[in-house]
Design a protein around this ligand. Structure first.
Ligand SMILES: [Mg+2]
Length: 175
C-alpha cells in the first residue's frame, strides 16, 4: 500500500547532491520541484547555497530542469536569475510535466532523477513516470495554504511506508 508515494531516496536538502554521487548512481540529469525544494516559497531569491549548487551542476555538465505546477509567469519570475530551464503547469501528480522534461533531455529515464518535497505530487509523479526520486525536507516549515491538506495526508502515508521499510530515513547523502 502507498508504494506509489515511496521515494527512492530521502535527503535532507537538494544541496547535498554532488556530481560524484549522481555519477555513482548513473544519473546524468536532475529534475526538481520549485517551491520549498529549490527555494523557500516565502523567500524567492534563493540562497548562496543554492547558487553554489547550481554552479556545481553546471560545471559538471548535469542539466537541471525545474518541473513546477505553477504557471509559466510565476516560475519565470522565481528562477530567471538562476538561468535554469523549466516546465510549468506540470500537473503533478500526473506525469505530463515529467514527460515534457524527459523529452527535453533526450535521455533514458534511468539516467534522470526527480527531487521534490512532497510525496503526494513530486514523488507520485516520479513513480508514475518511471523515474527515480529524491524526497527532500521542505526548506521552510510552514507551507503555502494550498499545501496544508496534502501535508496531513503525507504524514499518514509516510508513517505506513516507514513501518514497512526501516531504511526510509533522512540522510545527509544518497545511500
Ligand atoms: Mg514543493
Amino acid at each position: 500500500m502507498f508504494l506509489n508515494f515511496k521515494p527512492t531516496w530521502m535527503l535532507e536538502a537538494i544541496y547535498q547532491l554532488t556530481p560524484e554521487v549522481l555519477a555513482k548512481n548513473n544519473i546524468k540529469a536532475v529534475l526538481t520541484d520549485l517551491d520549498n525544494t529549490l527555494i523557500a516559497w516565502n523567500n524567492p531569491d534563493g540562497t548562496a547555497e543554492l547558487l553554489a549548487w547550481i554552479d556545481s551542476m553546471k560545471s559538471a555538465g548535469i542539466p537541471v530542469i525545474v518541473v513546477s505546477n505553477n504557471k509559466a509567469e510565476r516560475v519565470e519570475r522565481a528562477i530567471s536569475h538562476l538561468n535554469l530551464d523549466y516546465v510549468s503547469r506540470a500537473l503533478k501528480p500526473l506525469t505530463k510535466g515529467m514527460d515534457e522534461a524527459v523529452e527535453k533531455l533526450q535521455l533514458p529515464k534511468e539516467n534522470i532523477v526527480m527531487v521534490g518535497d512532497q510525496i503526494m505530487t513530486d514523488i507520485r509523479a516520479s513513480n508514475g513516470a518511471g523515474i527515480r526520486s529524491i524526497l527532500v525536507k521542505p526548506i521552510v516549515e510552514s507551507d503555502a495554504w494550498n499545501t496544508k491538506p496534502n501535508r496531513a495526508m503525507e504524514k499518514i502515508i509516510m508513517k505506513q511506508l516507514k513501518k514497512k521499510d526501516p531504511e526510509m530515513k533522512w540522510r545527509g547523502k544518497l545511500k
